[in-house]
Design a protein around this ligand. Structure first.
Ligand code: HSE
Length: 292
C-alpha cells in the first residue's frame, strides 16, 4: 500500500495575496490499495462526491498519466471543503503524486509544483502543501519561484471555520479589477516587510502587517462579516494578527500560545456558527509512505 498525506493550507496571511501560504496540521490522506478493473474510491465525504474514475483525485492523476492502471483508493480528509483551507489543492497534489508514483514518472517536487500551479492558477496553497511550513511563491506563467518563510516556533493559528462554504470563484469575483499605483506600492511594501519581519523572528512587527492587507480583504468584507468581528474581539484582548484564510470564509489569528488560548476561549463563548480550533504549522508538507 502507498499512503500519500497532504496538509491543509492557509493562503495570503493578510497582505501576501496569491503568493504567501502556510501548511497546517490537518490532513488529507490517500491510500492506494490493490489494482482493480475499474477505479474505486472509498470515502465518507457525502453523496455528491463520486466513487469512480470521475473522482477529482483520479481525474487529476489521469490528466498527468492518462493510462494509469485503476486501483482501489481510500480517501480520508479532515480538511473542510470550500472553506479557505486548501482542500482542493491537497486533493490536486494527492492526485498528481499518485500519478507520479504509479506511473513512475520521476517528477521532482518542483515539477509537481509547476503542474499543480498551472491547474490552480496560483501557488499560495499548493507550494506550502507540497513543502510544508511557510512559503512565498510567484508563478510567471511558466516557472514557480519559491522560498521558505520562517515562522517563530511558539505561534499558534487560532482558526474559525464557519459552517457555510464560500466558493473561491465567488470570493475572486468580489476583487477589484484594478488598484491605483500608490495603493499597489503600499500593498507590496506591506507584504515584503511582513516576510522580512517573520524571517527576523520579529512577530511584534509582523502581527501588525498581517492585518494591513490592501489587496483583497476589504473587497471581500461583505462576504465575510465575521472577519471584522473576530479582529475586534481579538483586539479587545490585546491580540493582533487576524486575516482571511485564502479566499475565506475561514479566519485565522496568528498568536503566541497563551494569547491563542485566550482568544480560542473567547471565540467559543461568542457562539459563531462553525468550529473554532487551534492549529499548528505543519513543517513536513506532502509525504509518501510505502508498505508491502
Ligand atoms: N489567494 C487565493 C485567493 C487563495 O485569495 O483568492 C484561494 O485559492
Amino acid at each position: 500500500m502507498i499512503t500519500i498525506k497532504v496538509p491543509a493550507t492557509s493562503a495570503n496571511i493578510g497582505p501576501g495575496f496569491d503568493s504567501l501560504g502556510i501548511a497546517l496540521q490537518t490532513y488529507l490522506t490517500l491510500e492506494i490499495h490493490e489494482e482493480t478493473a475499474e477505479w474505486v474510491v472509498e470515502h465518507t465525504m457525502g453523496v455528491a462526491i463520486p466513487h469512480d474514475a470521475t473522482h477529482f483525485i483520479v481525474a487529476t492523476a489521469r490528466q498527468l498519466a492518462p493510462d494509469l492502471t485503476p486501483h482501489r483508493l481510500v480517501v480520508k480528509s479532515d480538511i473542510p471543503l470550500a472553506r479557505g483551507l486548501g482542500s482542493s489543492s491537497s486533493a490536486l497534489l494527492a492526485g498528481l503524486a499518485m500519478a507520479n508514483e504509479l506511473a513512475n514518472l520521476q517528477l521532482t517536487a518542483d515539477d509537481l509544483l509547476t503542474y499543480a500551479t498551472k491547474l490552480e492558477g496560483h501557488p499560495d496553497n499548493v507550494a506550502p502543501a507540497l513543502f510544508g511550513g511557510g512559503v512565498a511563491a510567484y508563478f510567471d506563467g511558466q516557472h514557480v519561484y519559491h522560498a521558505p518563510i520562517h515562522f517563530p516556533d511558539n505561534l499558534q493559528f487560532v482558526t474559525y471555520i464557519p459552517d457555510t462554504q464560500l466558493l473561491t470563484a465567488a470570493a475572486r469575483a468580489a476583487l477589484p479589477a484594478q488598484l491605483d499605483f500608490k495603493t499597489t506600492v503600499a500593498a507590496g511594501a506591506i507584504g515584503n516587510t511582513l516576510i522580512a519581519a517573520l524571517n527576523a523572528n520579529d512577530f511584534e512587527t509582523a502581527k501588525h502587517l498581517i492585518e494591513a492587507d490592501k489587496f483583497h480583504e476589504s473587497a471581500r468584507q461583505h462576504l465575510v462579516p465575521h472577519l471584522a468581528q473576530i479582529r475586534t474581539l481579538a483586539h479587545d484582548l490585546g491580540i493582533v494578527g487576524t486575516y482571511l484564510s485564502g479566499a475565506g470564509p475561514t479566519v485565522i489569528t496568528v498568536a503566541p500560545a497563551q494569547a491563542a488560548q485566550k482568544l480560542l476561549t473567547a471565540l467559543k463563548a461568542a457562539g459563531l456558527p462553525g468550529t473554532c480550533q487551534q492549529l499548528q504549522l505543519d513543517t513536513t508538507g506532502l509525504t509518501i509512505q510505502k508498505e508491502d
